[in-house]
Design a protein around this ligand. Sequence first.
Ligand code: GLN
Length: 330
Amino acid sequence: MKKLVVAALAGVMVLSLTACGNSAKKETEAATTEAATEAATTEAAEAETTEAAETEEMTEVAAVETAAEEEKTAEGGTLVMATNAEFPPYEYHEGDDIVGIDAEVAALIASELGMELQIEDMAFDSVLAAVQSGKADIAMAGITVTEDRKQVVSFSDSYVSASQLIIVAEDSEIAGPDDLVGKKIGVQLGTTGDIYVEDVEDASVERFSKGFEAVQALMQGKVDAVVIDGEPAKVFVNENEEIKLLDQPFTEEEYAIAVAKENEELLGKINDALAVLKENGEFDAVVNKYIGDGEQTAETEAVETEAAEETEAASEAASEAAEEETTEAA
Ligand code: GLN
């Protein structure tokens, strides 16, 4: 374990060197704490006996359940949700849990259905296949409704309007979608960003398995722009001051929950549950918690309460690097 911590801290050092200005020390401290937490989390996770449900792939959302609810759960069974927990604020890792708007809304839907939610984390380009094959009951991953996807799964009523936004370096000449012609564009594999940049004339597309990796490539000058969903884009830009978000959206889209084509009954129940949650305000409460002025997540809270945003940028980048280092060392 010690080796892992050292590796994690080494990752931090390298990254903190790239941090600029007089807050470098503070950044290093914050980054080190973050890495230590990361390492401690890894250690705690390792210490835990390996119950099947506790593997990284199958994280159960911790829910405070009353005895009555538990009884309902036992009757209703488990609602398995496929997601890709690399998409803040919709789904991301917080310690051993997967949290975010989708994770919480899914838990509320499961509760409406008298079921227990189980989240299965996978690559984004696998979530629809998981639903098709029956490995998951629903997919919720900030999934944009498209005509092509409608051919393979059914979609619930839309629950969020979203857009693809363009992230560029602070000093970039790219000022809007039209300037992407002939540029090198980073996207997350299999997303609508990936699909729609195909139409940009003479552009070359670099595909990454995580949105954050595309953003890292942008910061390293390996791509000229990143096209990614608006809310994660805001999270990434808030954490890194050398990049900025362009105002003009690349596309306008709608997110919905995917269900297997033959599962019309579940689709109906999900739409009913969504309607109830929108009506009673619980849906908005979740959205406000993660976006806007509502109660803050640990992530956005850190961004906003830190006097210097760059502190968060360094620690976040370091934590990501530390995570990778740890994985490599393991
Ligand atoms: N909304 C985008 C899509 O559906 C990206 C979703 C994601 O990366 N999780 O393709």
